[in-house]
Ligand binder design. Structure first.
Ligand SMILES: *[C@@H]1O[C@H](CO)[C@@H](O)[C@H](O)[C@H]1NC(C)=O
Ligand SMILES: *[C@@H]1O[C@H](CO)[C@@H](O)[C@H](O)[C@H]1NC(C)=O
Length: 882
């Protein structure tokens, strides 16, 4: 053992110890941590794969083109059939006015237009003027003088499209070379033929029949009842489906223009015209209008990802609580402040890293949810949410005392929050008649406020990608439609409040199991029952009275002269469930010297553990107080913690940490550093026999009960505490380990005070310098083992076995030796007597037996002193019958 007491560990030393412990702990939980980070990555990858798949499926159905912000100008060309498809005379169409099929040989077939009207001569006048007569066109500026035609479905993107200009006959000039859009293009002349039909149905028939021959008319017009004062026209034209732009290129405008222009020129002369210079599409985004289901799903998946950490952290916190590790750390000097800053900071950093990975990975995968929104907004949002989540977790941890319950509730909450958010809250959000104030009230629940934030980010990302713009920017926060600002404000305020509340509740509950129990017990605590009569003096034994005098004297002198002084310390548990208030410790006086071991014996439920709980600060005394090394436990518990060691009744260990790591941690809490720490840990491991065979570096989850017990004792002794409390340290140990442990305690008690409770009289006798028998909340006696035996024993047990006939003689003999002897057992020839020690001398007994042997046969006899066990039973019986 290192002898110099290193003093109270500073805040930094405590934080350092806890941080290192946490890091080691996390290192052990590698698997769980990997899963933790793999989960969002998996979901994101899944999302991308799904998106990719869905996109591909959609592309198969409908090709998706890039947006067209500046559509090109298109030449106002008529869609005319390919030259080989132009209608000619045939068996099906035997009309003489149609061109002869021989024209196909030299590609000189005319484009045939059919027309009809109520006034033949008027209509003929109109259609005759439809085609251009210009012959001297030599620049693209003059294109509007020509009637253009093309047989390519999309002559914009088609490189070898054919452009024609239509004339009544092509004798004069058969082609014009022009430069259009920096492309040199050859315009071929094509004859335009107009043929009269008597009715609309004739036209229909002809077109239909031509189709059968795989040939086409270029178009048809019905001028109806048009005359010089009114113009009515019906146009037949062919819709050409354009597979590239995913649309029917319906440009009947040129047909209509052609015939209108002709009408105008007929009425007003050649000078009047309606030129069409070009046709232009509307600018378009070409996006798919319906948000696909991947987009719909992503908010749900993202909310699951970001609240996934909640149950994980909750489990970690409740684990420390369920296994009372928090209290154990506190008892070994870990201050609340250090615990809080490290635990909170630790979780906050882990959450922040988690969120950062989430955003970084999503961005790497190129999801617009991450890439299009302003990163600073995302960081602020995730950071605030991460902190809110950590503080809410701390608050929630107060409600649970069992890891299993906590994790079931935690995961269920995550699952349900996601579903409710996605299917209920979102529809409420999108319902304009739903009052906004209710939305805000719903957002007070952190799950919904985070959902709203993600929802807004998603909306902006989606809209942004549609208009080719960025997503949410800071200026968008002013948009009243955007819930991001209110969400951030709500989360920020909630964060502040929950941190304060969680800290307050934690301080309340850190001394008892559950904060609610504590709250209710403090509210129902009965007013002090100090006027309850003191334990009557007559029934107290002199040594208890003496102890009280010692306590009173030493308090007056100096409280620091003893390691422990208890001054009328009392513990009353408040009435609960109809039971009256229970007094567990009834005004105890005790003064223990700086070195030595004090053993507390007592039946179960006598109040030993209540007493120890008060001494180590788990519960507060109802009245009275105790001083440990002169420090009042009511006011200076934090200082007291740095000088005591505790070995609790149940081993409080982290299953995944090794024995050595436990000792390192508690050593650091006791302000040991560097080489001194190492040495102390090694020695401590050696003394409790955990050093050899690699036991020290095994995780304590794999320890046997005895090994855990020995580790607990080693923990209580590390850092050389001046006062050590051991609650039944040897339960469950095999005899060899127990002996080993006794040696450790015997060595340790030489320079420190040890308070030990035990049920083993053997242990009490061999370890303790003084013993107190504690029954029903008060000390019945306090002395060393010998004295107790002398006082309460006071009897010897004499046993003799003879034949049944001699029973009376044996009894007579015993009465002779000791008139007050008492027969306590009789079966056949065997009798047992209790002889008061002060009446008999052992020599007399031997003499009497010798005499008796001569008179009748003695099969066996024995004489025994009383044991401590008998003392214990006697005291306990006497106290409970009193
Ligand atoms: C037909 O049109 C011509 C002019 O082109 C006109 O002189 C004639 O009266 C019209 N016939 C009828 C029946 O309207
Ligand atoms: C184009 O034709 C006009 C007549 O319409 C003529 O005056 C002019 O010189 C021609 N220009 C070229 C470049 O051939």
């Amino acid at each position: 053992m290192v002898n110099a007491n290193p003093g109270k560990a500073s805040y930094l030393a405590q934080s350092n110890a806890l941080l290192r412990k946490n890091l080691t702990y996390q290192k052990r939980n590698k698997c769980q941590n990997c899963c933790l980070f793999v989960f969002p990555v998996l979901i994101l990858v899944l999302l991308v794969v799904l998106q990719h798949y869905v996109d591909q499926e959609q592309r198969k159905e409908k090709p998706r083109l890039p947006p067209v912000p500046h559509p090109p100008e298109m030449l106002p060309a008529l869609q005319i059939p390919v030259p080989e498809g132009l209608a000619v005379r045939s068996n099906h169409l035997p009309f003489q006015d149609l061109p002869d099929p021989s024209c196909r040989n030299n590609s000189s077939c005319p484009a045939t237009f059919l027309f009809t009207a109520s006034n033949n001569s008027f209509a003929k006048g109109v259609v005759d003027g439809m085609f251009s007569t210009a012959t001297s066109v030599n620049s693209s500026d003059q294109l509007d003088l020509l009637v253009l035609g093309t047989d390519s479905p999309d002559y914009l993107s088609d490189d070898n499209f054919h452009l024609y200009y239509l004339q009544n006959n092509c004798n004069k000039r058969s082609s014009i070379s022009l430069t259009i859009n920096r492309k040199s293009i050859e315009l071929k002349c094509m004859e335009g033929l107009t043929l009269w039909r008597n009715s609309m149905s004739d036209i229909n028939d002809d077109i239909f029949k031509a189709e059968e021959e795989m040939s086409e008319f270029a178009g048809a017009f019905d001028l109806l009842n048009s005359d010089s004062s009114s113009f009515n026209v019906i146009v037949w034209y062919k819709t050409v489906y354009n597979f590239l732009s995913d649309s029917a290129s319906e440009i009947p405008v040129r047909f209509l223009n052609m015939v209108s222009n002709a009408y105008l020129q007929l009425l007003r002369g050649k000078g009047s015209q309606i030129p069409v210079e070009f046709i232009k599409d509307m600018p378009t985004h070409n996006y798919l209008n319906q948000p696909n289901f991947v987009t719909l799903m992503s908010t749900l998946l993202f909310i699951w990802i970001i609240i996934w950490l909640f149950p994980v952290m909750l489990q970690a916190l409740v684990y420390e609580k369920q296994h009372k590790l928090r209290i154990m750390m506190k008892m070994h000097g870990l201050g609340d402040r250090a615990y809080w800053t490290i635990s909170y900071g630790y979780f906050a950093i882990v959450s922040s890293i988690y969120m950062l990975c989430f955003v970084a990975f999503g961005s790497l995968l190129g999801l617009s949810f991450f890439t299009s929104n302003d990163y600073t907004i995302q960081f602020v949002f995730y950071f605030v949410y991460a902190n809110l989540q950590v503080s809410v977790t701390f608050l929630a941890a107060g409600l649970f005392s069992n890891v299993k319950t906590a994790s079931v509730v935690g995961y269920l909450l995550v699952f349900v929050t996601g579903l409710l958010g996605n299917f209920l809250f979102q529809s409420l959000l999108e319902e304009p008649s739903f009052p906004r104030i209710w939305v805000i009230i719903l957002e007070l629940f952190p799950g919904f406020s985070s959902f709203r934030g993600l929802y807004e980010l998603q909306q902006y990302a989606f809209e942004g990608s549609m208009v080719g713009d960025r997503g949410m920017e800071w200026k968008d926060l002013n948009n009243p439609e955007n819930g991001m600002r209110e969400v951030m404000i709500i989360m920020l305020i909630e964060w502040m409040l929950t941190v304060i509340l969680a800290y307050y509740i934690d301080r309340l509950s850190s001394s008892s199991g559950s904060c609610w129990k504590k709250l209710s017990s403090s509210s129902r605590q009965p007013k002090l029952q100090s006027n309850e009569p003191q334990v009557s003096l007559e029934t107290e034994s002199t040594d208890v009275v003496q102890e009280r005098e010692t306590v009173k004297r030493s308090i007056l002198e100096s409280a620091g002269s003893h390691a422990i002084i208890c001054d009328n310390i009392r513990k009353v548990y408040p009435a609960r469930d109809g039971n009256p208030p229970h007094t567990a410790v009834k005004g105890l006086y005790l003064a223990l010297p700086q070195a030595g071991c004090f053993g507390m014996l007592g039946p179960n439920g006598a109040g030993k553990t209540s007493f120890i709980s008060m001494m180590i600060g788990l519960t507060k005394p109802t009245s009275g107080t105790a001083f440990i090394n002169g420090l009042d436990i009511r006011t200076h518990m934090d200082e007291v913690y740095s000088m005591i060691g505790v070995c609790p009744q149940h081993d409080l260990l982290w299953e995944t940490l090794t024995g050595r790591e436990h000792l390192m941690f508690y050593g650091r809490l006791k302000n040991l550093k560097g080489a001194a720490l190492k040495q102390a840990v090694e020695e401590s491991l050696k003394t409790v026999n955990l050093y050899y065979g690699g036991v020290a570096d095994k995780q304590t989850g794999k320890y046997s009960g005895g090994m855990k017990r020995r580790l607990s004792v080693a923990i209580s002794l590390i850092g050389d505490p001046k006062v050590v409390f051991m609650d039944e340290p040897s339960t469950g140990l095999d005899p060899a380990s127990r002996n080993n442990l006794w040696n450790v305690v015997k060595h340790a008690k030489q320079d420190r005070a040890i308070v030990l409770t035990t049920h083993s009289m053997e242990e009490a006798e061999s370890l303790c310098d003084r013993l107190g028998i504690f029954v029903d909340g008060s000390l019945q006696c306090i002395a060393d083992a010998k004295e107790l035996k002398a006082r309460y024993g006071g009897m010897m047990v004499f046993t003799m076995t003879t034949t049944v006939d001699n029973n009376a003689e044996v009894e007579e003999m015993v009465k002779l030796i000791s008139p007050n002897a008492n027969k306590i057992y009789h079966l056949a020839g065997t009798q047992k007597f209790e002889l008061p020690k002060n009446e008999v001398r052992i020599a007399d007994i031997f003499e009497a037996v010798e005499v008796a042997k001569r008179r009748f046969p003695v099969h066996a006899w024995g004489l025994a002193d009383t044991t401590l066990e008998e003392v214990f039973i006697k005291v306990a019986k006497a106290a409970s019958s009193a």
